[in-house]
Design a binder for this molecule. Structure first.
Ligand code: FAD
Length: 396
């Protein structure tokens, strides 16, 4: 190992992926290239994955030994860390075969919030979810509280051994297929977000839960508005302690934000593949597009941003796996991943000219999806506002 000036060993810093992660990456990449990309524009029925396609993908995932990669070993899964997960997410995101939100064919997609349930409730909700028998949704956003969940109006009022829940949630993905929702509601509004908000598991068939309408969108998601009208929830169905709801949701969102970054890696990479191939083949004014500096610079900018994003995402995942606080890294991964992957899709669309808008190519879908990612799970401006506090504390 070479020593660098100053006596530090250059071996202290290593950016190579560990061998097992490299193998995982290659395995998922082959799977995406062989099984997903060839059929990627035919896998959805409306906005949902066709059941027979889902079954086919899951069977293949099992054959590859990747089923349950997301689930801790104590619950029968592979218990892989975040480095492994971002690798899988990035590779899967090279294709538009799966709906952009909420379907994970290698795992049951268990919300980490559920690991905070007590043992009895774990049997009721967590284990059947891991077994793929129960679906869930997360209900946090409201008509008057989206990016600012501290302003939520849904209340959970304790009455003896129950809470009584009233309010309306909006934009809830997968609510129509969910057996239960993880609901975030105010238990003490005087305490604000930190201490005044709690998380609950609520059966979607409970009396007073009503699906109001699905919202049509430009992306392949039809999130629902749900009314909660005097819904009685037993105290045992509160997740963790009263007042910890925001903390749980934020912890989960941190991982979700890194996931956005990982998704960006896959999207940029595929847009580079498509853009470079088309630029070599398409001739205008007597030369291939690839020989035009304007086109080369679009590709090189995305290439550099891909490298930056990879460093950001793997740094965040590595720190998370070390048990460190990754709030700042998660914000950066989401902001940079969403914006640069949208830009990569936009550049790829431009390079393709009119064909970039064609619905038999994946580009226009990447473009729509990545634009939407800049808004959901925290709009860019709100994340930057929070990140600015950290910057001013650090450097002010
Ligand atoms: C497809 C889709 C799926 C979703 N799935 C779910 C789900 O499953 N569960 C769930 O709970 N929610 C879900 N959401 C909700 C989503 O997370 C929210 O839409 C998002 O957090 C933004 O909230 P909002 O729409 O109320 O925007 P607002 O909070 O009203 O913000 C509007 C805009 O104002 C700007 N802005 C706001 N505050 C500031 C500020 N302080 N400084 C500068 N600019 C600011 C931003 O540009 C922002 O985009 C989903 C939304 C969509 C579109």
């Amino acid at each position: 190992m070479d020593d660098v000036p100053g006596g530090l060993s250059s071996g202290d810093l290593n950016f190579d992926l560990p061998e097992e992660i490299r193998m995982l990456k290659e395995t998922v990449r082959r799977f995406v290239d062989k099984e997903m990309i060839p059929i990627e524009r035919k896998t959805l029925n409306g906005h949902k994955l066709k059941p027979e396609i889902r079954a086919h993908f899951r069977k293949k995932a099992e054959e590859l030994g990747l089923a349950g990669y997301d689930v801790p070993q104590e619950y029968g899964g592979l218990g892989l860390g975040l480095i492994a997960k971002v690798t899988v997410w990035a590779e899967l995101s090279r294709s538009i075969a799966l709906p952009s939100r909420g379907v994970d064919i290698f795992g049951p997609n268990v919300s980490p919030i559920l690991y905070h349930l007590n043992d009895e409730q774990k049997k009721k909700y967590l284990l059947p979810t891991i077994a793929g028998e129960l679906n869930w949704c997360l209900a946090q956003t409201e008509p008057d509280a989206g990016g600012d969940p501290g302003g939520m109006r849904t209340t959970a009022v304790r009455q003896g051994d129950h809470y009584v829940i009233n309010g309306v949630k909006r934009f809830i993905t997968g609510a129509d297929d969910a057996h239960y929702t993880q609901l975030i509601a105010a238990t003490d509004r005087s305490k604000g977000s930190h201490g005044g908000i709690s998380a609950f598991v609520v059966d979607m068939k409970a009396k007073g839960v009503k699906l109001i309408r699905a919202q049509e969108l430009v992306v392949d998601d039809r999130p629902w508005e749900i009314a909660f009208d005097d819904v009685r929830v037993p105290v045992e169905d509160r997740i963790g302690e009263e007042g910890d709801g925001f903390k749980h949701a934020q912890h989960w969102l941190n991982v979700g934000r890194v996931r956005h970054g990982a998704r960006g890696i896959g999207v940029i990479e595929r847009c580079l593949e498509l853009g470079a191939a088309y630029a070599k083949q398409r001739v205008t004014f007597g030369k291939p597009l690839a020989e035009r500096q304007a086109v080369q610079w679009m590709l090189t900018d995305s290439f550099m941003e891909l490298h930056q994003l990879r460093l950001m995402v793997y740094d965040a995942a590595w720190k998370y796996d070390q048990g460190r606080d990754i709030r700042t890294e998660a914000y950066m991964a989401k902001i940079f991943g969403d914006t640069q992957s949208f830009l990569a899709a936009d550049r790829c669309m431009e390079i393709h000219g009119g064909m970039g808008l064609a619905t038999d190519l994946p580009i226009e879908k990447f473009w729509r999806d990545q634009r939407s990612m800049m808004i959901t799970e925290g709009p860019i401006e709100i994340l930057k506002m929070t990140l600015a506090r950290h910057v001013l504390r650090t450097y002010g």
